[in-house]
Design a protein around this ligand. Structure first.
Ligand code: SAM
Length: 274
């Protein structure tokens, strides 16, 4: 199929649903190559839209589950792929999807591949990482700025709580940049493809950890001591001693702390807030 067959000409695309559809076949090919889906895998596509990626994912995957919120796109997708047994289409907001809806059969072979609606990128990624443990790999298009946040290292301007949260749970990679001209309608900003591969050795309570990391970055201009003091109602001396015991200076800021160090101080911090 070529781009002209994927037209949604009768449908007025909604900006509010992040409907910027991929038009560039080169980029579609590159995403499919990076995701490297095989027939032992169950792929979950969030927001198939007019099917730019769906067309190729269905060829490669063992199973393909698509979740599309916009009812107006459903008939077209069903017409294109509804007769294939391995295809399942759910007309729902992804944020309302439960694990049971996805019928996971295997712990490892579940992969998300998607060009995400930008207005809910972070809630979608956070939901997958926190609540959908069976999904082991994620290949998604996000705004370039968000891609930089998720993949950047400590000391970089883009490094924040989302970077720490994602990189603690996954190996992340900035795969490639995608120009805004590759979409229709053309959005305001460029995008990028990133990948997140779940680590198997994470042994922390990830809900509490996410909260802790958010607290550490709460006010970016403040030191870690100030942010922890506000969040956990501890006295300053206790926190400074805690930081020194963990080889950190009293004036350290969250953005200076590496992923490994974060995990270490989190575990030790639990001991003092008990
Ligand atoms: N995959 C298509 C492509 O690459 O051309 C469309 C991508 S477009 C950036 C995002 C898609 O996500 C749209 O089809 C939109 O209707 C859908 N969408 C928006 N919010 C959603 C949500 N909460 N749950 C599921 N799909 C959503």
């Amino acid at each position: 199929m070529n781009n002209s067959n994927r037209k949604t000409k009768d449908i007025r695309l909604k900006k509010s649903l992040g409907q910027n559809f991929l038009q560039d076949q080169n980029i579609i090919n590159k995403i499919i190559a990076v995701a490297n889906v095989n027939n032992q895998e169950h792929v979950i596509e969030i927001g198939p839209g007019a099917g730019a990626l769906t067309e190729f994912l269905i060829q490669d995957a063992g199973r393909l589950t698509c979740i599309e919120i916009d009812q107006r796109l459903i008939t077209n997708l069903n017409n294109l792929y509804g007769d294939q047994e391995k295809f399942k289409l759910i007309n729902e907001d992804f944020l309302n999807i439960q694990n049971e809806d996805l019928n996971f059969e295997d712990r490892v072979n579940n992969k998300v591949v998607a060009n995400l609606p930008y207005y809910i990128t972070t809630p979608i990624i956070t939901k997958i990482l926190l609540r959908m443990e069976n999904i082991s790999e994620i290949y998604v298009m996000v705004q370039k700025e968000v891609a930089q946040r998720i993949t950047s290292e400590h000391g970089n301007k883009a490094y924040n709580s989302l970077s720490v949260f994602c990189q603690t749970l996954c190996e992340t990679k900035y795969e490639f940049t995608v120009s805004k001209e590759s979409f229709k309608p053309v959005p305001k900003v460029d995008s990028a493809i990133i990948s997140l591969k779940r680590r198997s050795d994470v042994k922390i309570d990830i809900y509490k950890y996410e909260k802790f990391v958010q607290n550490c970055f709460k006010q970016k201009r403040k030191t870690l001591v100030n942010n922890l003091q506000t969040a956990y109602k501890l006295d300053k001396e206790t926190i400074i001693k805690f930081l020194n015991d963990n080889d950190l200076q009293a004036n350290v800021r969250a953005e200076q702390i590496s992923i490994d160090k974060f995990a270490q101080i989190y575990n030790n911090f639990l001991l003092i807030i008990k």
